[in-house]
Write a protein that binds this ligand. Sequence first.
Ligand code: HEC
Length: 396
Amino acid sequence: MMFCAALYACLLAAPPTYAADVAPIVSRACCECHRDGGVAPFALASPQDLIKRARTIARAVRDDSMPPWFAVVAEGSAHRFKNDASLSAADKATLLAWLDSDERALGDLSKAPPPRPVAPAWRISTPDVVFEIPAPVEIKAKGTMNYVNVRVPTNFTEDVWVREWEVVPSAREAVHHVLVFARPPEAKGRGAGEDEGRGFFAAFVPGGGMRSYDSTRAKKLPKGSTLIFQLHYTPNGQATQDRTKIGLVLAKTAPEHEVRTVGIFDSALDIPPHTATHREMSSLTAPADIRILSWMPHMHTRGKSFVAYRKRDGAREVLIDVPRYDFNWQLSYDYATPLEVSKGTLIHIEGVFDNSAENSANPDPSKRVRWGQQTTDEMLIGYIDYELAHEIAREK
Ligand code: HEC
């Protein structure tokens, strides 16, 4: 009689081997980060690397915490994401069958994909220009730090078109996130850094930190703009210094489409203490016919889920659904097909917050929580990258 340790083991024709079955999946789905010089804390380059951590890896794969990807696409939904990093059910089954097996057969190792080379210094193409904060910021060993705002003039004498960008902190272990705002010379009033809905240009967040647009798209950086680096440090026991930089790859000519970014946000949020499910909402009216290219939901540690939708014939059409929002992974979700939205359409966002003791990331369930910059405060922002459906004629 055949014995199956688990159902998925029965579904596989032959027991998987490392070389033929496991390594190709790991190389494709994990090693972008889990390699020498990558963002993950350990490499997954050999069978030994996997065997050493088999139980932790099996747990992470089973509960979908790795690879980091938190959006769910409903059966039949037209709104899929081209950077969807989630494992297919078949790949999950293969990995788990091998990790959970006693023998963990290696197979013919000469047929396994070669290990990924050491991660390059830049994940984007080699930048044309790099702006670094002019002096290192001292990060203390303990406690919390207020946001640090550093202005870096670009001194561009012409508007430039940015096709790729990447934000790279030097002390990644103590950097919570970095937002980079572009402030044109004529902008008046409050510093862009005080208003996260406007002027947003680029960001370093766990799991993100870069963007490459296709050759028809670019983001405009107006001449004379100042970049405002809003740096949020989280002291981690060891005093250190950080010098964050941003690298830009420029387009030689104006693109077909200008990529713009806007945040849909709810700065009036008010979350009562000891509440497991508190909902906040906001919306934006599409100012023109637009195409949404991507979403980046932003909440803090009480953030539990995020959804965006529009109404069509009275029904909700879900545009993005992140049922298990994870503060540690503020990902950008890029549509496979840009989403057409006609002028005047209301785009709704809805965030659910868990301010109960059940939420292990919650710093203080007894606190009434309002909008604010510290991790202990909250935010609800849905950043979208979009372009105008009818690009305004522009001199090339
Ligand atoms: C986008 C980058 C990225 C990808 C892709 C990725 N990881 Fe990770 N992984 C990380 C980072 C960063 C950490 C450490 C931070 C953390 O634990 O959240 C991590 C942590 C882990 C951990 C430790 C978690 C724990 O509970 O201690 C495991 C196990 C893991 N990854 C396995 C995998 C596997 C298996 C894959 C592929 C199927 C994968 N990861 C894909 C970046 C990534």
